[in-house]
Design a protein around this ligand. Structure first.
Ligand code: NAD
Length: 471
């Protein structure tokens, strides 16, 4: 079986601890052996990044942009190769909003930061003085990625970091390391040695990285539980943090919305990547006047989608990525059933060789149920009936999770009125999860700290320096 390698200081190296097997969640077939790093290897990766950083930061902006455009070209020419890795390892199909889509997004999220500049701002000027705000790189960025969009989220962490003159040590998720390691192997080949490095392993190895005294910024995407640990660990090195944590996005369908017209958009808003997306709609609040019509419209969309091994033609829904998540989804659905909720479609694991669980719509469910209150992160959607819009808003805002939310309505001003009252980093109107590389994205409350993407995302990878000039 193929052993996958790390990149440290521009060289391919094996993990220096025992490797572990990665299996395809659609077939349980072994795919390869993933490397694990020791503390010494994490130290070597950080040392390489630290040594490479001053020269990388000293390059003219135009040169770093050229490098990133070369990275985009490598991603473009390897789109199919890397998409196949994503599908086999993560489960999302090649087709639909799956792994080819993930790779195209990797290219876009590389080209856009490569096109942006952070000009010097004059923040004050009078006859006596001129004060300029300059943006400086922070140093070594420790990037820690999850397993749901493994390559795209790594790109979100790597590219803006490099654009502004930082260097990076990346740890992919232990559930999906292979495709990411292949991607880094390919893109590191067009970058100077040490600028982009990888380490391998689980949370223990991630902890080595976040505690390292020479890591000055952590880009973390993952669970709220791990995010809290990282905040504690950052007390050691005062690393700056961008934390993209769990979500439990509410979608509110207002009276007067047209269920048949919005069903497909809502479906993908809830079930892209089998619901294993931070900003999926995870709780659907529907007004009583159109409740059953909405439930049936979603059922009709769900039942026409083909689930299976994502390497096969026509498949648009894959397996759940791992057993932990598969068990969690099964448990939450059983809990809902035992409390009298109605299973509209799905509701029982498919079984066989793969973590297949059907799209499951759960109606007539009470707001306080576990399936509503906890992040299911899987192919099951609770649909809650409401009477007063104010009550739906209050319920949407009641949880600590506050990443995204959406409002679905035929009345633009009413949708805006509701959107402004929702507590979430992003509120979408008549769409859900529609992220864009120019538009800042991040959670509030328990869903994280800081934003990624666009100018705000770039600024978060710099430290401000004021240069104050006496006239
Ligand atoms: P996770 O927190 O279990 O793991 C994420 C990463 O952190 C992995 O690489 C893991 O090895 C590492 N890690 C674990 N413990 C660590 C520690 N103590 N120190 C440093 N690193 C450690 O999360 P997951 O299950 O991989 O991801 C799913 C979660 O991510 C969901 O809650 C989802 O909502 C969230 N997510 C959020 C966003 C967002 O943008 N807000 C995007 C995608 C996923």
């Amino acid at each position: 079986m193929q052993s996958f390698q790390l990149i440290i200081d521009g060289k391919s190296v094996a993990g220096d601890e025992a490797s572990f097997e990665i299996r395809n969640p659609a077939t349980f077939e072994p795919l390869g052996l993933a490397p694990t790093s020791s503390l010494a290897q994490v130290n070597a990766a950080v040392a390489a990044a630290k040594a490479a950083q001053p020269a990388w930061a000293a390059l003219p902006d135009a040169t770093r942009k050229d490098y990133l455009n070369k990275v985009a070209d490598v991603l473009t020419s390897n789109t199919e190769y890397l998409a196949k890795w994503i599908t086999q390892e993560q489960g999302k199909p090649l087709a639909g909003p799956g792994s080819m889509f993930e790779m195209q997004a990797c290219v876009g999220w590389t080209q856009v930061p490569a096109s942006l500049d952070l000009p010097v701002e004059v923040v004050f000027e009078d006859d006596t003085r001129r004060d300029e705000l300059h943006r400086k790189p922070i140093g070594v960025v420790g990037a820690i990625a999850p397993w749901n969009w493994p390559l795209l989220i790594a790109i979100w962490q790597i590219v803006p970091s490099l654009r502004v003159g930082n260097t990076v040590v990346l740890k992919p998720s232990e559930y999906t390391p292979l495709g990411t390691l292949e991607m880094v192997r390919l893109i590191a080949a067009v970058l100077p040695p040490g600028v982009l490095n990888t380490i391998g392993g689980d949370g223990k190895v991630g902890d080595f990285l976040v505690r390292h005294k020479d890591v000055q910024k952590i880009m973390f995407t993952g669970s709220t539980r791990t995010g809290k640990r990282i905040i504690e660990a950052s007390a050691n090195n005062l690393a700056r943090l961008t934390l993209e944590l769990g979500g439990n996005d509410a979608a509110i369908v207002l009276p007067g919305a047209k269920p048949a017209e919005i069903a497909e958009g809502l479906f993908w808003g809830a079930f892209i990547n089998m619901g294993q997306t931070c900003a999926c709609a995870k709780r659907l609040y529907v007004h009583e006047s159109i409740y059953e019509e909405m439930v049936q419209a979603l059922k009709a969309v769900a039942e026409k989608m083909t689930m299976g091994d994502g390497m096969q033609d026509g498949v648009v829904l894959g397996p759940i990525q791992n057993k932990m998540q598969f068990d969690k989804v099964s448990e939450l659905v059983e809990d809902a059933k035992s409390h009298g909720a109605r299973i509209v479609t799905g509701g029982k694991a498919v079984g066989g060789n793969g973590y297949f669980y059907p799209i499951t719509l759960v109606a007539d469910i009470a707001d306080g149920s576990r399936l509503v209150a906890e992040e299911q992160f899987g192919p099951v959607l609770p649909i809650i009936k409401y009477r007063d819009v104010a009550d739906a808003i209050a319920k949407a805002n009641a949880l600590d999770a506050a990443l995204g939310a959406s409002v679905w309505s035929s009345d633009a001003s009413e949708a805006m009125r509701v959107a402004q009252q929702l507590e979430a980093g992003t509120v979408w109107i008549n769409q859900h999860g529609a992220i864009h590389p120019m538009v800042p994205f991040g959670g509030i409350k328990g869903s994280g700290q800081g934003v990624e993407f666009g100018m705000e995302g770039l600024k978060a990878l710099t430290v401000p320096q004021v240069i104050s000039i006496k006239k």
